[in-house]
Design a binder for this molecule. Structure first.
Ligand SMILES: Cc1cc2nc3c(=O)[nH]c(=O)nc-3n(C[C@H](O)[C@H](O)[C@H](O)COP(=O)(O)OP(=O)(O)OC[C@H]3O[C@@H](n4cnc5c(N)ncnc54)[C@H](O)[C@@H]3O)c2cc1C
Length: 464
């Protein structure tokens, strides 16, 4: 029987465990999952407060990435999947203290409709002129990676980086557009630039080629689980073998010994044929550094960023006073700590009763680091102060909750894919080791689920 250790009980590790479960039942595999904390799910955590469903970590996942919804269906949660309320989808950007809606036809940060963009006060005339010129941008190939900011600036100028690229990406990666690898984060843009030159023309061409879906409503942009993301965790955990799950079991090191893997947690060391490390890259670096200092260095080089979310519940009056739409983004040039806020009651209406407004405020990367030392109360007053400046919101919240996530998000710096290639070569001399999680080939919940599932596939196929 093959013995496999999974390290980390976030969604990546749980997806790996679920993939191993049927092999365990068939008697072919024995697995054990080590989780350092007293609970499973990692950053997926949901609280019910005053009738509101408050997400401490992710609140949903991108519908176009199928692995999370497929996983939910496999678990029998198909009827619990809910879509975002896209009929009311509107996102604002704070520009010189005013909330300006994103114009129609903007795909990520690429304008595909002339009039709404031309009349939007979101961009200055010089940026609008660059957008028009961008349509004539010639194809351009690269043999080198560069930052997202550098590619976007080449096409649309620095204002586009500041007002859109950077806030959109910091909301996802917790990092800054100036540091993120365009090849790892926006590979589609690199390919569009290589083939078409202009991103605007490339997207229009892609749209024309899309299958005709006349009469069919477009799928929602975001999907979630009815009772919150933790419902997914609870459901997976119910399907796993209880004795295979070790809580309060922080792994200190994994070492290669006699062609097997020795996993040390607390005072105990156990030996396995294979190990799946499903931790943030920084944590993976620590436990692997003795076995492979080289791999440890590469992992440490990926790095991880921290984030803070603050959930605030308000009464009916506030709900009426807030603007329609999903929420707003705050460019760094506005001088605030807040990066984004979601009006949850609009995005997923059944997450708050009709007489409640639910706000989810997000800080990440350097803005989270700056305010990290503050107490929860001080954080709430800081965010209330910024909400007052942005929304004129002075009301006392009915409840507030602060959630801190230290070093949990992988940072895909320039050269990330080359780093992954080097790491793959280093892993070849460490048979039976598979890495999963958000530090490698995708940061969102769907990619993490896929990473856990693929780690199992590769191990069982003897490919690692
Ligand atoms: C605030 C926030 C909002 C997000 N929003 C979204 C969103 O809306 N949509 C989306 O798709 N994605 C979102 N993400 C990203 C996504 O949620 C994460 O990338 C993903 O859930 C990470 O899962 P994971 O299992 O790889 O890691 P984690 O969830 O970090 O799990 C790792 C687990 O390993 C444990 N651990 C750590 N060290 C050890 C050790 N030495 N031994 C044993 N166990 C250890 C930890 O306690 C933890 O439980 C968000 C992330 C955050 C933090």
């Amino acid at each position: 029987m093959t013995r496999i250790a999974i390290i980390g009980g976030g969604i990546s590790g749980l997806a790996a465990a679920y993939s191993l479960e049927e092999h365990r039942r068939a008697g072919a595999v024995e697995y054990r999952l080590y989780e350092s904390s007293p609970r499973l799910g990692g950053v997926l955590r949901t609280e019910q407060i005053e009738g509101c469903i408050v997400e401490a970590g992710p609140d949903s996942f991108l519908t176009e990435k199928p692995w999370a919804a497929d996983f939910c269906r496999a678990l029998g949660l198909g009827d619990q999947l809910i879509g975002s309320n896209d009929a009311d989808r509107k996102t604002y950007v704070l520009v010189r203290g005013r909330l300006i809606p994103l114009p129609d036809g903007l795909m990520f940060m690429v304008p595909t409709r002339i009039l709404p963009t031309a009349f939007s006060p979101l961009f200055s005339w010089s940026t609008k002129l660059r957008m028009a010129k961008e349509f004539f941008y010639p194809p351009r190939g690269h043999d080198r990676d560069e930052s997202v900011a550098s590619l976007v600036e080449r096409h649309y100028g620095a204002e586009m980086v500041d007002r859109l690229a950077d806030p959109l990406l910091s909301g996802i990666y917790g990092g800054e557009a100036a540091n993120l690898s365009v090849r790892a984060v926006l590979p589609g843009f690199v390919e569009m630039e290589r083939r078409h030159g202009s991103l605007g023309r490339a997207l229009l061409a892609a749209r024309k080629k899309m299958p005709h879906t006349a009469g069919k409503p477009a799928p929602p942009l975001f999907t979630s689980v009815r009772k919150g993301m933790e419902q997914l965790v609870e459901t997976v955990v119910q399907r796993l073998h209880k004795n295979s799950l070790l809580l309060n079991a922080p792994v200190q090191s994994i070492r290669r010994e006699d062609h097997r893997w020795a996993v040390s947690a607390g005072m105990k060391t156990d030996v396995y044929d294979a190990v799946i490390v499903a931790l943030p890259a920084q944590a993976t670096a620590k436990i692997l550094s003795t076995t492979s200092p080289e791999l440890g260095r590469e992992l440490a080089g990926i790095g991880s960023s921290s984030s803070i979310t603050i959930g605030l519940g308000y009464d009916r009056g506030v709900r009426r006073s807030l603007p329609p739409g999903f929420g707003f983004l705050v460019p760094r040039s506005e001088g605030k700590q807040l990066l984004a806020a979601t009006f949850v009651h609009n995005k997923f209406p059944h997450r708050a009763p009709e007489d409640r407004a639910l706000l989810r405020c997000f800080f990440a990367g350097s803005s989270a680091e700056r305010i990290w030392p503050l107490s929860d109360d001080a954080l709430v007053s800081r965010v209330r102060n910024e909400l007052e400046q942005i929304l004129g919101l002075r009301a006392q919240p009915i409840f507030s909750r602060v959630y801190r996530w230290k070093s949990v998000m992988g940072q895909y710096g320039v050269g990330h894919l080359e780093r992954l290639d080097r790491m793959e070569r280093q892993c070849q001399v460490l048979p039976g080791l598979a890495l999963a999680g958000n530090g490698y080939r995708g940061i969102g919940v769907p990619d993490c689920i896929r990473s856990g599932q693929e780690a199992v596939k590769r191990l069982l196929a003897g490919k690692v």
